[in-house]
Design a protein around this ligand. Structure first.
Ligand SMILES: NC(=O)c1ccc[n+]([C@@H]2O[C@H](COP(=O)([O-])OP(=O)(O)OC[C@H]3O[C@@H](n4cnc5c(N)ncnc54)[C@H](O)[C@@H]3O)[C@@H](O)[C@H]2O)c1
Length: 356
């Protein structure tokens, strides 16, 4: 099997610690790091040692004309994603760009059109779409086991302060552009990337951040005939109890990134309870509340892997099949562009003053 030759732009928390770590691991069967681009000299020197045989550059334009590169991973700063990806596509490279896809919906569509015009593939690195906990929630929604899902709650919360570039609006930082693509991706995925999606409510705020971008976000989404989806990306929650909760007519499911619990009833297993209009009484004739012992079933378990291991592997395998066999991506760039459209809309609803 031919290993595709990859160039990685950026050697930070993403380029080195997610992409580089995966591509160097035994879990990677399909790709080989052939080149690394890093503007920082010390990081470039480290890369030369960490990827033996790989070529190292300080400027991504040095890749132009290199015909042995099958894929470029763009893990540069978020605000650079659009310009660099566009340049790479125009120079006929297939590109895997980190989230956020781009600054706004227009830029996403422009990149999709640029890829198509140049006959190359474009993908966005949102590995959560391949995380076992997301795939399980999606399958559960589709199975009907919980009946009709009325509410989905997604929590990407913690109690933490931040002071890095991801706290700055000018760098496309903040909860929604930075973390948001993951929980909003889950939200839109569970809503089937519905074209009639509505942002019903949103609030952005700054609480513990040192920068000028939000570290608190509450976003309510829905679509006709679909559940309400309640998304939180909140840095003031020291009790992060679940990542996804599904509430349906037959039961409730909640999961962290690693494990899940579910309580549900089976349709028809509990007796019908016709409405009683008169005041309720117990067997002694005393006032009573509705009370019954439902036949409840309980399940719990753990997931095999997280977004960072199983998710990364799943996304790269999906991309390999797209590049070598022309298969459509499981999550298309058109779908990911809808996530950016929500992000753009939420920011328009909640303008924050720019300080830096
Ligand atoms: N999918 C995920 O789970 C995930 C996780 C972390 C970061 N990210 C994304 O990855 C991107 C990078 O974030 P990070 O946390 O790795 O940042 P970082 O600050 O840790 O590292 C960024 C690195 O890229 C280098 N760089 C920036 N622009 C460059 C350019 N034009 N050419 C070459 N090198 C360049 C910097 O020198 C730095 O070493 C962001 O867009 C972020 O949203 C995604």
């Amino acid at each position: 099997m031919k290993r595709l030759q990859v160039a990685i732009i950026g050697q930070g928390r993403s380029g080195r610690d997610i992409h580089g770590a995966f591509l160097k691991s035994e879990a990677n069967l399909y790709f080989q790091v052939a080149a690394v681009v890093e503007t920082d000299e010390a990081r470039r020197r480290r890369a030369a040692a960490e990827y033996p045989g790989a070529r190292c550059y300080g400027d991504y334009r040095e890749l132009f004309g290199q015909t042995d590169i099958d894929l470029v991973v763009n893990a540069s700063y978020s605000e650079m994603h659009y310009a660099i990806t566009k340049d790479l596509l125009e120079h006929h490279f297939h590109v895997l760009v980190e989230k956020p896809f781009a600054r706004n919906y227009y830029e996403c569509c422009d990149l999709i059109n640029t890829a198509s015009r140049n006959g190359v593939r474009l993908a966005v690195f949102q590995q959560t779409f391949f995380a076992p906990y997301y795939l399980a929630a999606k399958e559960l929604c589709e199975s009907g086991k919980l009946g009709e899902i009325r509410q989905v709650s997604i929590r990407f919360n913690n109690f933490a302060r931040r002071w890095d570039w991801q706290t700055l609006q000018k760098k496309l930082g903040g909860s929604v552009y930075n973390t948001g693509p993951h929980p909003l991706g889950i939200a839109l995925g569970l809503l089937g990337f519905d074209d009639n999606l509505q942002v019903v409510f949103s609030k952005l705020d700054r609480v513990l951040t040192s920068g000028d971008a939000e570290d608190y976000a509450k976003i309510l989404l829905t679509a006709p005939g679909k559940p309400v989806v309640d998304v939180e990306i909140n840095s003031t929650d020291a009790f992060h109890e679940y990542a996804i909760k599904l509430q349906g007519s037959l039961g409730t499911y909640r999961s962290t990134y690693q494990k899940y619990q579910m309580k549900y009833i089976l349709a028809g297993e509990n007796p019908e309870q016709p409405v009683i209009e008169e005041s309720l009484e117990d067997e002694n004739g005393l006032p009573a509340y509705c009370s019954e012992k439902l036949n409840l079933h309980e399940e719990e378990g753990t997931y095999d892997g997280t977004a960072f291991d199983a998710g990364t592997r799943g996304l790269y395998e999906d991309l390999y099949l797209a590049l070598t066999e022309g298969k459509p991506l499981t999550v298309t760039c058109e779908d990911v562009a809808k996530i950016v459209r929500v992000i753009e809309y939420v920011h328009a609803q909640n303008p924050l003053d720019v300080k830096y």
